[in-house]
Design a protein around this ligand. Structure first.
Ligand SMILES: NC(=O)c1ccc[n+]([C@@H]2O[C@H](COP(=O)([O-])OP(=O)(O)OC[C@H]3O[C@@H](n4cnc5c(N)ncnc54)[C@H](OP(=O)(O)O)[C@@H]3O)[C@@H](O)[C@H]2O)c1
Length: 237
C-alpha cells in the first residue's frame, strides 16, 4: 500500500504500543486518527506528529461505547478523506482467578478486547473495501498460550484471533487484508504495571515497524498472522 496520504485509525494510541504505531505510520506518511480515553495523551501525540510535519487527529473516547466506534471512523474519513488502515490495538489485561472474576470485570475485558473491535471493524469496512485496505488486530500470545489466573484476558484474545481469521476469509476477495499480530511481552505499562523498560522485552516500536513492513508487502501477498517474541526472555526456574 502507498502509505503517503493513506488514512489510518489507531485505537489505544495514547501510550504504549498504539502510540508507537501511530508515530510509525505518521513517519511513513500516513494521516493518523488517534483514539483512546485520555485526551491529554492524544493531544500530546497529535501535537508531536503535526510538529514534525505529519497529519494527526485526536479523537478522545471509550471504544466500549458503540457511538464512539462509529463516530471515530466517521471522523477519520472526514478529517483525512477516507480510511485505508484500521489498527485495533486498544486492550486491557485482567489478573484474577475465575472464581474471583466479577461480571463487570468479564464485561470490561470482552467489551474492550473483542466487541469494540467488531464494532470498529464493521464501521470501517465500507471505506476499506473502496480500493483496498488493511486491518490489524493487536492480539497476544496469550490467545494461544493459556495462563492460569488470566482466563478472561486469554479467552478474549483467543476469540479475537478467531474473529480475525473469519474476517480475513470473508474480505480478502474484496482486497482487504486482515493481519493478526500476537506479541509476547512488550515493554509498556500494560495492566497498570508502570513502565517496565526491561531490555529483554519487545519494544513498542518493534510492533510499529512490523506494521509498516506489512503495509509495504506486495498487494497480492498477504501475511495474515505474525507472532512476535523477545529473543532472550529470562529462563524460567
Ligand atoms: N504490553 C504487552 O506485553 C502486550 C503483549 C501482548 C499483547 N498486548 C496487547 O497490545 C495492546 C496494547 O497494549 P499496551 O501494552 O500498549 O497497553 P497500554 O500501555 O496499557 O496502552 C493501552 C492503550 O489502550 C487504551 N485503552 C484502553 N481501554 C480503552 C478503551 N476502553 N477505550 C479507548 N482506549 C482504551 C489506553 O488509553 P486510555 O486508558 O487513556 O483509554 C492506552 O492508550 C493490547 O491490546 C494488549 O492486549 C500487549
Amino acid at each position: 500500500m502507498e502509505l503517503r496520504g493513506a488514512s489510518a485509525l489507531v485505537t489505544g494510541a495514547g501510550r504504549g504500543i498504539g502510540r508507537a504505531i501511530a508515530r510509525g505510520l505518521a513517519a511513513a506518511g500516513a494521516s493518523v486518527t488517534a483514539v483512546s480515553r485520555t485526551a491529554a495523551e492524544l493531544e500530546a501525540l497529535a501535537g508531536e506528529i503535526t510538529g514534525q510535519g505529519g497529519r494527526a487527529t485526536a479523537f478522545p473516547g471509550d471504544v466500549r461505547d458503540p457511538g464512539v466506534c462509529a463516530a471515530a471512523v466517521a471522523r477519520a474519513v472526514e478529517a483525512h478523506g477516507g480510511l485505508q488502515i484500521l489498527v485495533n490495538n486498544a486492550g486491557v489485561g485482567s489478573h484474577a482467578p475465575v472464581i474471583e472474576t466479577s461480571d463487570e470485570e468479564w464485561d470490561r475485558v470482552f467489551d474492550t478486547n473483542l466487541t469494540a473491535v467488531f464494532r470498529l471493524t464493521r464501521a470501517a469496512l465500507p471505506y476499506l473495501t473502496r480500493g483496498g485496505g488493511h486491518i490489524f488486530m493487536i492480539s497476544s500470545l496469550a490467545g494461544t498460550n493459556p495462563i492460569a489466573g488470566m482466563a478472561a484476558y486469554c479467552a478474549s484474545k483467543a476469540a479475537l484471533d478467531h474473529f480475525a481469521h473469519c474476517l480475513m476469509l470473508e474480505v480478502r476477495q474484496q482486497g482487504v487484508k486482515v493481519t493478526t499480530i500476537a506479541p509476547g511481552s512488550v515493554a509498556t505499562g500494560f495492566g497498570g504495571e508502570g513502565d517496565k523498560a526491561e531490555s529483554w522485552k519487545l519494544q513498542p516500536g518493534d510492533v510499529a515497524d512490523t506494521i509498516v513492513d506489512l503495509l509495504r508487502t506486495r498487494d497480492a501477498a498477504h501475511l495474515s498472522r505474525v507472532e512476535m517474541r523477545p529473543l532472550r526472555p529470562p529462563k524460567r526456574a
